[in-house]
Design a protein. Structure first.
Length: 88
């Protein structure tokens, strides 16, 4: 539930689903830079597996929050609560 909620909160950060792929690529390049030769194929595959799992759960939360926002005609705050337009 925590990762799902975290993904849902990303709707208020004005990100799109494509950002998760870019972030995964950036993480891969960063780990390669930092670890150098220690960043073996086995280590890389392990990180990719972990990131794939985490991002899939977060994207699920992001998509659900986006659907909730669209169905309720409002916007989500950083906690994932819906605020309808004109209700402030």
């Amino acid at each position: 539930p925590m990762l799902t909620k975290l993904g849902g909160r990303h709707i208020s950060y004005s990100v799109s689903e494509g950002y998760w792929e870019v972030l995964g690529q950036a993480l891969d390049m960063t780990l390669q830079d930092i670890l150098g030769e220690a960043y073996t194929q086995e280590v890389r595959r392990s990180w990719q597996m972990v990131y794939s799992f985490l991002s899939a759960v977060m994207l699920d939360g992001f998509r659900k929050a986006k659907q909730r926002e669209e169905s309720e005609g409002g916007s989500l705050d950083e906690r994932g609560s819906v605020h309808t337009f004109g209700s402030d």
